[in-house]
Design a protein around this ligand. Sequence first.
Ligand SMILES: NC(=O)c1ccc[n+]([C@@H]2O[C@H](COP(=O)([O-])OP(=O)(O)OC[C@H]3O[C@@H](n4cnc5c(N)ncnc54)[C@H](O)[C@@H]3O)[C@@H](O)[C@H]2O)c1
Length: 431
Amino acid sequence: MTAQKLSPNVNIVGGGMITFDLLLPSLYHLQRTGVIGKIDVCALNAVPLKALAENPDFHEAFPGQRFTPHPGLTAPADAQNPDLYKEVIAGMAPGNMVVVATPDNLHYAVVKYALEHDQNVLCVKPLVLKYEQAVELEKLAVEKGRFVGVEYHKRFDRRSLVARRGYRLGQFGAFMMGEAKLIEPYYYRHSNFQNWFTCDRTDPFTYIGCHYVDLVYFITGLKPVEVSVQGVKGRFPNGNEAFLWSHARVTWENGALLSVVNGLGYPDAAAGSNDQGMILYCEGKDQTGLMFHDDHNRGVAYSYLENTGPGGSKYNYVSPDFYRLVPWEGTGYKPIGYGYESVEGITRTIHRLENAAAGLSGEAALVRRRELIRDVDSQGLIATPANSFINELVVEAARASILANASRVRIVYGDHPHIEKSSGSWGVVSG
Ligand SMILES: NC(=O)c1ccc[n+]([C@@H]2O[C@H](COP(=O)([O-])OP(=O)(O)OC[C@H]3O[C@@H](n4cnc5c(N)ncnc54)[C@H](O)[C@@H]3O)[C@@H](O)[C@H]2O)c1
């Protein structure tokens, strides 16, 4: 007789853009394919929950599937429920799954609360904003034997996986000089970004530059050792001052340099919906190698009859690689692309972990789950607190740098990794 498979229930905390665009549809598909059980979604108020519940695309793609909203859809729109997620998590049986999709500064509190209540976690990037917090969460996760996966979906892009394998097979040589860019659309300046994307809280490098720093680390295995970020300030339509552009220089442990250009300014009229990509030059024996990824124009352009493209555009480059709903052999439509595959990878890991320990006694189950967590940490495909903490160090260094007019900030590893400000001028940094 085969044992009944456990399908963890999922509680998503945060009902905003990323839940709408990626998380909920991905989880709906995993629900109907038996990987997960029931889905709950918590938000500050009922407004985004109503939008999720009534979205006709979801009804068409996932007929008959529903989530349980917290607060309920009839709750007054202006009533805020910042602690409701705690009640919902506290009511979950141990060993289920919490998806953290709140604004960056709330990740730490929600992930910690979920772990304290014996839940596994999928957290959108960035895990937390301070290295010390990542260390604390890693320890707590090991203590409880519960898994924390950080959803850096660019890692699941096929081109990143191909590059990682090729680099590690020595096909390119050693990374030495590179450029990466990710420029988000101008129309973001008219969105809710106006209220939180201010100089004191974040900047374009911290928000999106981190993706390419993580990718260079993912592909090459090299650690960043110094960061300098120059910001360009401007004002949102509501008058709030922000870094609207940023230019970073990241130095790697072998002396390699990466320029990272970011901003909120890709023209709304241009085909996109944003601009992104990277080129990495590598040193080989008496020759150089390179990796070039055009992540912006992936070779598909559509001109629609109506303005149904991103930002209301008619003509646009389309990425079938990130996330799309497409016909499949079942009912409705299924999500495809590296966004979906990233959510699936983390969710299936949690499913595997809980099933591997099912039927074992308390201590044996804990030991088994810890073994599996260590395997995922060392495999390095899914970002975890243990294998992706360089991202927290880079963000900490970047914030210190941009607020000090592009000062160079070093990242020191060893027993107690930390950042150190250096007041020296630009110069050659030995590897
Ligand atoms: N490429 C990527 O990996 C990617 C892309 C977009 C966003 N993100 C990340 O996703 C996170 C959310 O971004 P977003 O664009 O969806 O933001 P958003 O502002 O659209 O949504 C935030 C949601 O959090 C909810 N929320 C806030 N406080 C809460 C609380 N105390 N309890 C319950 N819910 C609460 C709000 O109600 C809202 O639904 C951010 O950390 C962001 O960096 C990652």
